[in-house]
Design a protein around this ligand. Structure first.
Ligand SMILES: Cc1cc2nc3c(=O)[nH]c(=O)nc-3n(C[C@H](O)[C@H](O)[C@H](O)COP(=O)(O)OP(=O)(O)OC[C@H]3O[C@@H](n4cnc5c(N)ncnc54)[C@H](O)[C@@H]3O)c2cc1C
Ligand SMILES: NC(=O)c1ccc[n+]([C@@H]2O[C@H](COP(=O)([O-])OP(=O)(O)OC[C@H]3O[C@@H](n4cnc5c(N)ncnc54)[C@H](OP(=O)(O)O)[C@@H]3O)[C@@H](O)[C@H]2O)c1
Length: 369
C-alpha cells in the first residue's frame, strides 16, 4: 500500500488533463529500475457504485457471494472487485434474455448478432445506461455474476530511484468523457484523479519489471528517445538516471504534444538538463500550434541525416507511448531514414530496422500501449 505524496497538473489550460504523481514506497522494500512500470489496482467511484445498486433496487448491505471474497455486501463487491463503468457483452446478453417484449428483444438481438454494432453500443454505455434503456430486473447476485473482474493498470515510471529514493513518479493522462449527459472517467485514471488525497489515501501498487526496455549498461552509449504525450514518462527516468550515474553518452529527446504553451511536460527540467549538459538535444513537435499537424515522426525525418549518423555510431533508439498510431508511424520513419540516409533499398532498410537494430543488436526498444 503506497501513499501519494504529491500531485499536480502538467497540462494547465490545454483542455487535457495530464497529471504528475509522486508516490512514496518508503518502508515497503519495493525496488525498481528506470524502464519499469507501476501496476495499480483501482477501485470504482463510490457514487457510481451507489447509483448502480439503486438502479437494480437493491440495498447497499445486500449480500452476494464471490469466489474471491466469499460472502460480502454488494457495495463492497462492486466497489473493489467488478467492472461497472463500462458494460460487458455478457451483461448485455443477459439483459436481452430477460426482456419480455418481443419487438424490443429482437432489436437488441440484432445488435448482439453483429460484432461491430455490439462494440459500438457498449463503447458508450455502462450498466446504468443499459438498465435505463431496458427495464429488466436483476438480483444482486445475478448482477455480480455478469460482471468482469477489475484488472490492474500499468504506468511507466517517470523517476529514477537514484534521483528520488523511496519514490515513484508517474505521468498520467486522465481518461474523461461525457456520454448521455453524464461525466465518465476511465477506471484507474478516474480513481487517481478523484479519490486520492495527498498524504492520506493508500493505494495498492506493485512493480512490473521490464526485461528489455532498459538503459544501456555502458554509459558511454548515445541514446535517442521518442516520447510524445505520456510517452515522455520513462525518458524522464532515463535522463535522471544517466545524470546520477555520470553517464558520458549523449541524450537526444523527441517530445510531442498539442501546444507548447500548455503541454510542454517538464519543460523546466529539460531546460536545466540542457544547461548542465545532461541533455544534448531536445526536439519538439507541437501538433496544434500551426495549421498543419507536426508530429514526432516529421521531426525524425527532418533530422534523418543526423539520426542515421547516431545509429551508425551505435546509438540506442527508444520509443514510448501510443501503440496504435504513433509507434507505427515512427517505425515507418525509421525505415525511411535507413532507406534515404543509409542508402539502402526498401527491403534492406526494413531488414536493418526490423531485424538488425531491433532483434539482433537490441538497440531499438519500445514500450508502447
Ligand atoms: C506498459 C504500459 C505503460 C503505460 N504507461 C502509461 C503512462 O505512463 N501514462 C498513462 O497515462 N497511461 C499509461 N498506460 C495506459 C494505462 O495503463 C491505462 O490503460 C490508461 O490510464 C487508461 O486506464 P483507465 O482505467 O483510466 O481507463 P479504462 O477504464 O481502462 O478506459 C479506457 C478506455 O476508455 C475508452 N475511451 C476513451 N475515451 C472514450 C470516449 N470518449 N468514449 C468512450 N470510451 C472512451 C478507450 O477506448 C479505452 O479503451 C500504460 C499502459 C501500459 C500497458
Ligand atoms: N492504448 C491506450 O489506451 C492509449 C494509448 C495512448 C494514448 N491513449 C489515450 O490518449 C489520451 C492522451 O494520451 P497521451 O497523453 O499519451 O497523448 P496522445 O494522445 O498520444 O497525444 C500526444 C501527441 O501525439 C500526437 N499524435 C497523434 N497522432 C499521432 C501519430 N500518429 N504520430 C505521432 N504523434 C501523434 C498528438 O497530436 P493530436 O492530438 O493533435 O493529433 C499529440 O500532439 C489518453 O486519454 C490516453 O488514455 C490511450
Amino acid at each position: 500500500m503506497a501513499t501519494v505524496t504529491n500531485c499536480y497538473s502538467i497540462s494547465e489550460g490545454s483542455g487535457k488533463e495530464t497529471n504528475h504523481y509522486e508516490i512514496s514506497l518508503r518502508g515497503s522494500g519495493i525496488r525498481y529500475k528506470p524502464g519499469d512500470s507501476l501496476g495499480f489496482y483501482p477501485i470504482n467511484n463510490i457514487e457510481l457504485v451507489k447509483q448502480t445498486i439503486r438502479k437494480i433496487k437493491a440495498k447497499r448491505s445486500d449480500l452476494v457471494n464471490t469466489k474471491e471474497t466469499g460472502e460480502v455486501t454488494i457495495e463492497h463487491a462492486l466497489l473493489n472487485r467488478f467492472v461497472i463503468h463500462r458494460a460487458s457483452k455478457k451483461f448485455l446478453t443477459i439483459v436481452c434474455e430477460k426482456i419480455d417484449k418481443k419487438k424490443v428483444k429482437k432489436e437488441l438481438e440484432e445488435i448482439l448478432e453483429d460484432k461491430d454494432k455490439t462494440e459500438k453500443y457498449l463503447f458508450t454505455r455502462d450498466c446504468i445506461d443499459i438498465l435505463s434503456e431496458y427495464k429488466v430486473n436483476f438480483t444482486p447476485q445475478e448482477l455480480i455474476d455478469t460482471l468482469p473482474p477489475i484488472s490492474p493498470r500499468l504506468y511507466s515510471i517517470s523517476s529514477s530511484p537514484k534521483a528520488h529514493p523511496g519514490e515513484v513518479h508517474l505521468t498520467v493522462a486522465i481518461v474523461k468523457y461525457n456520454n448521455f449527459e453524464r461525466e465518465r472517467f476511465g477506471l484507474a485514471t478516474g480513481d487517481l484523479a478523484n479519490r486520492v488525497e495527498i498524504n492520506k489515501t493508500k493505494i495498492p501498487v506493485y512493480i512490473s519489471q521490464t526485461r528489455d526496455f532498459i538503459i544501456p549498461e555502458d554509459g558511454t552509449k548515445n541514446i535517442i528517445m521518442v516520447g510524445p504525450g505520456t510517452g515522455i514518462a520513462p525518458f524522464r527516468a532515463f535522463i535522471e538516471h544517466r545524470k546520477e550515474t555520470h553517464a558520458s553518452g549523449k541524450n537526444w529527446l523527441f517530445f510531442g504534444e498539442v501546444h507548447e504553451e500548455s503541454t510542454f511536460f517538464y519543460k523546466d527540467e529539460w531546460t536545466e538538463y540542457m544547461k548542465e549538459g545532461n541533455l544534448q538535444k531536445l526536439t519538439t513537435a507541437f501538433s496544434r500550434d500551426q495549421e498543419n499537424k507536426i508530429y514526432v515522426q516529421h521531426r525524425l525525418l527532418s533530422n534523418g541525416k543526423e539520426i542515421w549518423k547516431w545509429l551508425k555510431n551505435g546509438a540506442y533508439f527508444y520509443v514510448c507511448g501510443d501503440k496504435q498510431y504513433m509507434a507505427k508511424d515512427v517505425h515507418k520513419a525509421l525505415i525511411e531514414i535507413a532507406h534515404k540516409h543509409g542508402k539502402m533499398n526498401q527491403e534492406d532498410a526494413e531488414i536493418y530496422i526490423n531485424q538488425t537494430l531491433m532483434k539482433e543488436e537490441h538497440r531499438y526498444l519500445r514500450d508502447v500501449y
